[in-house]
Ligand binder design. Structure first.
Ligand SMILES: [Zn+2]
Length: 489
């Protein structure tokens, strides 16, 4: 009796003692400073601002500022002591003198030093200042694949002073990625540091060796797996003749969406040329090589054995300037010039998407989680999104099954139609979750391809809308133990 009472007392004491410890732990877990920002992208010329909410969990010395991509403070927004609670601040995208900051990505940084113990914590958020939004109907529906060319073991062009094209491409690509993300767009970037893209090394082309082809193949693989809307490969150039200079943008026309490639190339090239012309100023003018057709690996179609999974979306490869040209190398070494090039890519994405025509996106919401039985219908929930500029009417979602040999299917042969459903009318930026009934084919490993068709039967994949793909295992039929033989006769 006594013993059990004691045991009870211990239990009580323990739990009572634990309570304040637990709540103390919660307080300790709270960050000193938190930052939330609304209003990105800030469109230059519109009377708008970034709204900042800075939350302090205890009194602190607080400094809030806007910093550019290169780490320079462009505007102090707050500097002084603050009590626990929320501080609301606004930034109009102007510097201390009232002038607009350059278009580009900015980091809003809140740094707090606690009055109690002097510890310093920071919170930050990237935002974008631009001339325009990207697909304002629903920027979150858009995914842009940014591919800084070369990297790691692959230098690309090298200037006479040792400047590597790989480093320049990466810098421009990171600026562009930050800017797009700040505009609410999803970015898949093939590399964020000076490293190979095919890392850890994987055999991707099927020839049994891991080499430069696999390094190239890793780039479309990333974009395709993300079902990106666009593919931008960022490069700079070199030539034997040191006087050769100027940007060029390559595309490949022999794709189902070749005319879209051409349009994207035109707008990227025009923006790069205009940005360099304006930013450099003076008597120098970029030589405009225009848009050029070339079957670069990341642009061309199915071409085995080296290329089995081509990019499934409109894409271009831009050669910005020449490292072999002393004037252009000096320009490329200026952060402001690389920043202007990133802004040009951003503007090109925005302008292209504003007029691109039809495009659909998909997301798999729900499907069977394990093997299914042949011929017994299963249900899939698929979100379908209008990412184009015109209303979708009388479209259908078709589901095909192909025997699955690879990480995804880029070329359809021997497909079996296993499901189909009408797509309701969708305005640009609208989405709907559809239920589609799929009748599994015979036992085996399959890939289901979800591909919309317009009213004339044109596949969305041919317009450059990457298909949704899902693996499906159809189990061997389980043989029922044969019932006791009925009397025959
Ligand atoms: Zn290159």
């Amino acid at each position: 009796m006594r013993r059990s009472l004691l045991a009870l007392a211990i239990v009580f004491t323990t739990s009572l003692a634990l309570l304040p410890v637990a709540s103390f732990a919660q307080e300790v877990g709270q960050p000193l400073v938190r930052l939330e920002v609304d209003g990105s992208p800030l469109v230059v010329g519109e009377d708008d601002r970034f709204e900042l909410l800075v939350t302090l969990s205890e009194p602190a010395e607080l400094r809030v500022r806007a910093v550019d991509f290169d780490g320079r403070t462009v505007r102090e927004l707050f500097d002084g002591p603050r009590d626990t609670g929320v501080l609301k601040e606004g930034w109009f995208g102007r510097d201390a003198g009232g002038a607009w900051v350059a278009r580009g990505p900015y980091r809003l940084v809140a740094a707090a030093t606690a009055a109690s113990d002097g510890r310093t914590e920071r919170a930050d958020a990237w935002v974008t200042v631009a001339d325009r939004a990207v697909y304002p109907d629903a920027p979150g529906f858009i995914t842009v694949a940014v591919d800084p060319g070369h990297g790691g073991d692959y230098d690309g062009a090298v200037g006479p002073d040792g400047t590597r094209e790989a480093d320049l491409n990466l810098d421009i690509g990171l600026r562009l990625a930050r800017m797009l993300e700040g505009a609410g767009v999803n970015v898949v970037i093939t590399r964020t540091e000076d490293a190979n893209v095919n890392e850890p090394p994987e055999e991707r082309t099927g020839d049994g060796i891991i080499d430069g082809d696999d390094e190239l193949a890793a780039r479309p693989d990333l974009a395709n797996n993300a079902r990106a809307d666009l593919f931008l490969s960022i490069h700079n150039n070199t030539a034997v003749n040191r006087s050769v200079g100027g940007p060029s943008t390559f595309f490949f026309d022999e794709r189902p969406f070749g005319s879209r490639n051409a349009r994207l190339a035109r707008v990227v090239q025009d923006e790069i040329v205009a940005a360099l012309d304006e930013t450099v100023g003076g008597a120098w003018e970029p030589y405009d090589h225009g848009t050029l057709i070339y079957p670069y690996y990341v642009l061309r179609g199915f071409d085995p054995p080296r290329l089995r999974r081509p990019t499934q979306m409109p894409g271009v490869l831009t050669e910005g300037m020449f490292l072999s040209n002393p004037r252009e190398l000096a320009l490329l070494q200026r952060p402001a010039i690389r920043a202007a090039m990133a802004v040009a890519y951003y503007d090109a994405v925005s302008k292209y998407l504003a007029r691109r025509g039809d495009h659909v996106g998909y997301e798999l919401v729900e499907g069977p989680s394990g093997p299914v039985a042949a011929a017994e219908p299963v249900s899939y929930q698929v979100q379908i999104r209008n990412q184009g500029n015109e209303a979708i009417r009388d479209w259908r979602l078709k589901v095909n099954a192909v025997a699955a040999p690879d990480r995804y299917v880029s070329r359809i042969r021997d497909a079996v139609t296993v499901g189909e459903v009408q797509i309701p009318q969708l305005k640009p930026g609208e989405s709907r979750v559809l239920e589609v009934e799929v009748t599994p084919p015979e036992a085996g490993e399959w890939t289901l391809l979800f591909d919309a068709r317009d009213r004339s039967g044109t596949r969305a994949a041919e317009m450059g809308s990457p298909m949704l793909q899902a693996r499906l295992t159809v189990a061997e039929p389980v043989l029922e133990p044969s019932p006791s033989p009925a009397t025959e006769g």
